[in-house]
Ligand binder design. Structure first.
Ligand SMILES: Cc1cc2nc3c(=O)[nH]c(=O)nc-3n(C[C@H](O)[C@H](O)[C@H](O)COP(=O)(O)O)c2cc1C
Length: 222
């Protein structure tokens, strides 16, 4: 590869694809970024009440310090709780928890104790007061550093204070995502998707580390 800025050699896919000449249709303006992750956020009020909120408007926003951003609608019960303590935990659920994921993203903690209804297990973290969810193989304890009211949603920018992972999803000190069997969400159609296969490894386009594709094949949990 090569050519750099303005160089034609940098074009990897040639003309004549099946979409050539396809008309672009202007759609209504919306924050349609897809797919988005599916995460269970646990938070806690000053009174000790523990709640679970399904979130998809969540992303990595900084590497050093490690930070995430979560957009929570102002009217959500969870928004009040997160503001109260300035802490939350991001729990990455396996596909097996799909029913609990949907439930926690449909009913409100204002009227329902989601921990007792879903039978998910609250376990203490090491840095923040809200509990981690035992059945989720990856848990990120987060401390809110900035709160930005943007409109309908509040953006919580939080530092990752501690990371926990089940031993069976960790290999050589790193998380093997295929063993987690995570979910993604389609905000257009409202569908949950699973991840079935790895299609390539980072760096494959210039020939680096192609063999790692095999090692990282998605393995569903038994
Ligand atoms: C897949 C999925 C993703 C969601 N993502 C978000 C989100 O990122 N931010 C948000 O405020 N609400 C989101 N929701 C909606 C809340 O989870 C839902 O309104 C929940 O019942 C609010 O609970 P609470 O009242 O206990 O806070 C999502 C729901 C689903 C099903």
């Amino acid at each position: 590869m090569g050519g750099g800025r303005g160089g034609s050699a940098g074009v990897l896919s040639g003309p004549g694809g099946e979409n050539e000449g396809m008309e672009k249709i202007p759609l209504e303006r919306d924050a349609f970024l897809a797919p988005v992750p599916v995460v269970l956020l646990t938070c806690m009020g000053q009174d000790g009440f523990r709640n679970i909120l399904t979130v998809s408007w969540v992303n990595v926003v900084c590497g050093t310090p490690p930070m995430v951003g979560v957009a929570v609608r102002q009217s959500r019960f969870s928004c009040v709780l997160i503001r109260e303590t300035g802490e939350f935990v991001l729990n990455i659920p396996p596909a097996a928890l799909l029913r609990a994921v949907d439930f926690c993203g449909t009913v409100s903690g204002q009227t329902t104790d989601k921990f007792s209804e879903t039978h998910l297990t609250a376990v203490p973290g090491s840095k923040v007061r809200p509990p981690m969810i035992k059945e989720c193989p990856i848990n990120l304890e987060c401390v809110v550093r900035h709160t930005l009211p943007l409109g309908s949603h509040v953006l919580f920018l939080a530092e990752v204070a501690a990371v926990h992972a089940d031993a069976d999803v960790v290999e050589d000190g790193t998380i093997v995502l295929g063993r987690v069997a995570p979910l993604t969400f389609d905000p257009f159609g409202g569908d949950y998707w699973n991840l079935k296969e790895v299609v390539a490894h980072h760096g494959f386009s210039d020939g680096s580390m192609p063999d790692r594709v095999e090692k990282r094949q998605i393995r569903q949990r038994a």
